[in-house]
Design a binder for this molecule. Structure first.
Ligand SMILES: NC(=O)c1ccc[n+]([C@@H]2O[C@H](COP(=O)([O-])OP(=O)(O)OC[C@H]3O[C@@H](n4cnc5c(N)ncnc54)[C@H](OP(=O)(O)O)[C@@H]3O)[C@@H](O)[C@H]2O)c1
Length: 315
């Protein structure tokens, strides 16, 4: 009797072990197949003039926004650049016309302004068949700081909310109705890895990016069936003016490389890191216990803060 019980007990362990092992193997295979689907195959045809002839990009004169503008022009779309420096927009627009032989339009707008800016943009977009809107414009801290340390705190709060949050809602409000009438369109919203996990010492920026992610995923669920895709893009570091990183690496792509990958995930992922090594980092970071992830972030951000304060003293 005891021998029978012992053998059924070890059978149970055997089957439990087998099922657990099979679960992990299947999960691993799923990640590999999904990785190939996203980063090797992708869907280069999801975004192009078939959605509508015009692409609209906010913050289009530098970094990731400029790279989206160029990539969309390369795909044959006419582009509307919206930024705060007419001189820089004219320069980028003229390069685009020369390189990609597409029409361009510029709208001068400073998203820090809350009021007048959207009437002007509405007027500028009047009558255009817009296939894709890239809500890219964003502002952050100049270096990690305690919330109460931020210079001109009230103004900084308004600035980050106007640029990072309000612009996304207002631009979407301007463009979405026409996309719905045509039952097609894509809205790409630049969130950040900082929108997934609160990043202390850039807390306000991080919270605005969490808003962008929630807004995007909620809207995607509302409108996907009516033909409009809303994508939340959550990159780690990209070599741009904002990050002040000068050298690209496996984990810090140029904006051009980043956008080539990110744009191919439209229609495949509604929330994406946008880049293979960033996706790996996101996966790894999510496997860490929350308290440990937060400890690493606090330690690293405090170190960056100290380095910046030291540099300021030296200058
Ligand atoms: N770079 C990263 O590692 C990273 C990571 C995660 C998420 N993101 C997000 O990706 C987006 C783009 O970042 P980026 O690194 O490419 O930034 P960036 O290099 O600083 O470029 C920002 C662009 O926005 C424009 N801009 C800034 N403030 C503006 C305003 N008030 N009104 C109108 N235009 C304005 C800039 O114009 P000027 O040329 O006139 O300054 C520039 O064209 C942001 O939303 C950012 O939060 C970036």
């Amino acid at each position: 009797m005891e021998a029978v019980e012992a053998s059924s007990g070890s059978d149970l362990f055997f089957w439990a072990g087998l099922v657990t092992a099979a679960y992990f193997v299947l999960r691993f295979l799923y990640h590999v197949v999904n990785g190939v689907r996203l980063w090797v195959v992708g869907d280069p045809k999801a975004v192009g003039p078939h959605l509508g002839t015009w692409a609209v990009v906010t913050g289009a004169t530098d970094g990731i926004g400029k790279a989206y503008t160029e990539e969309l022009a390369q795909r044959g779309m006419k582009v509307v650049l919206i930024s705060r420096s007419q001189e820089k927009m004219d320069q980028v627009a003229s390069e685009i016309r020369e390189r990609f032989k597409v029409e361009t339009k510029t709208i001068l707008a400073d998203f820090e302004d809350r009021e007048a800016v959207y009437d002007k943009i509405k007027e500028g977009l009047e009558g255009l068949e817009i296939g894709i809107l890239v809500n890219n414009v964003g502002a952050s801290y100049s270096y990690p700081q305690y919330f109460l340390e931020l210079p001109d705190l009230d103004k900084t709060v308004d600035k980050l909310i106007n640029i990072n949050v309000l612009s996304v809602c207002k631009m979407t409000r301007l463009v979405l109705p026409r996309m719905l009438e045509r039952s097609k369109g894509v809205i790409v919203n630049m969130s950040s890895f900082a929108g997934y996990n609160p990043i202390p010492f850039i807390t306000l920026y991080s919270a605005t990016k969490a808003f962008v992610d929630f807004f995007s995923r909620g809207l995607n669920a509302e409108y996907r069936k009516q033909g409009v895709i809303v994508q939340s893009v959550q990159p780690y570091l990209v070599k741009t003016k904002m990050t002040k990183i000068r050298k690209q690496s496996l984990f810090v792509p140029t904006p051009e490389t980043f956008v080539k990958y990110a744009l191919n995930t439209v229609g495949l992922e509604s929330q994406t890191s946008g880049y293979p090594s960033h996706s790996l980092m996101a996966w790894f970071s999510r496997t860490l216990p929350k308290w440990y992830r937060m400890k690493l972030l606090v330690d690293n951000c405090l170190k960056a803060r100290a380095r910046n304060l030291k540099k300021q003293k030296e200058n």
